[in-house]
Design a protein around this ligand. Sequence first.
Ligand code: UGA
Length: 435
Amino acid sequence: MKIAVVGTGYVGLVTGTCFAETGNQVVCVDIDANKVEKMKNGIIPIYEPGLDVLFNRNTAEGRLKFTTDLAEGIKDAKVIFLALPTPPGEDGSADLKYILKVANDLGPILDQYVVVIDKSTVPVGTAEKVHAAIAKNASTELFDVVSNPEFLREGVAVEDFMKPDRVVIGTSSEKAKGVMTKLYAPLVRQGNPVIFMDERSAEMTKYAANAFLATKITFMNEIANLCEMVGANVDDIRRGIGTDSRIGKRFLFAGIGYGGSCFPKDVQALEKTSKDSGYEFQILKAVMTVNEDQKTKLIPHIKAHFGGDLKGKVFGMWGLAFKPYTDDIREAPALYNIKELLAEGAIIKAFDPEAMENVKGVIGDTITYTKGPYEAIKDADAVLIMTEWPQFRTPEFEVMEVLLKDKVIFDGRNLYELEQMKELGYTYYSIGRET
Ligand code: UGA
């Protein structure tokens, strides 16, 4: 099948590359000429594990191509994915200007039946808006608009794409259903379901999934906060409740809050949709407030430990990305902690395997960036763990002991066992566990 993917961010590029891998002819379209030029020269603009192998294979075998020209990109395409940004506007609602611009541009250049697919996370009712925008300049016989939300996680996006738990397709058109079934057939061979529904329900499904997961994490963060007050251990609680299949083991890890480009934006947007519809979504409001506080949950412990004065104190920060296996720093808790600590006059030396360049782009040289984790903690007053990269899980504590001024760890990701920390003689602060 000939496929066009408009927008080459995380979602667009993974979608395009993976559909090329399943044998389709894919053209990725982006208005950023610089980016397109890079991709034509084999440079992948994002870090996503496993993407390089597929990208290289499919460009080499001629199934994956790039252009800045929309008309050239969609020529002969049977489906057109819209994978464009939907940044939050000032009032929290998703801004549809990029999507609607492309929809407007598509109308005059459609010359045969095509399925236009909303892949970006978009508010309920967007498929209808996209339909109306295209229909201004094209016969409605020439196209259908389908909502096909993406559930992939950054860092494991390729795997999530190739082996989806489910594929959700929102359309009321039988013709579009047929095209979508054929397109996804290679990805659901293990029996994972393709779930058909109407456009609005598909759009809502995406928000409901992300809001539910953000709520699940936030619930555990609140349990963790309470654990600290009553002397219980949130890791034991997690084990104690996660084995109940109604609750499930995943997404129960307490920490310094959820970040990234999706949960914060989607929770906010759903709350806004709710408000606009005349409904108070009380849980979501609480989720946002709690998560905001959670990001800097360690700061009071840090201040108390140093007697309230952080001026000139040196912190070795491990992890900057909002989660491991990504260079994404959007809404990363590390950034919030850096801001608070710098305001108190602290000095930060940071290491992250992938995200340092991005952080530098935002806060420049207000902190020092190091080549490895041990350099970051040399002569530091404490270690501060912000992201659970695997390499931080089993460090050489004996080496750390020599490098650090004092054996103190503030851990926002609960990487170590309390017993082990006690035995090694570290002063150890974590989330929802005794100090
Ligand atoms: C999330 C969803 O998991 C995807 O299904 C969805 O497609 C994507 O958003 C999207 O809307 O595009 P992602 O933002 O890549 O994916 O990251 P997650 O792995 O879901 O983690 C989100 C945040 O929750 C991270 O900050 C992570 O540290 C935090 N988290 C996760 C916890 O604090 N505790 C947990 O137990 C799990």
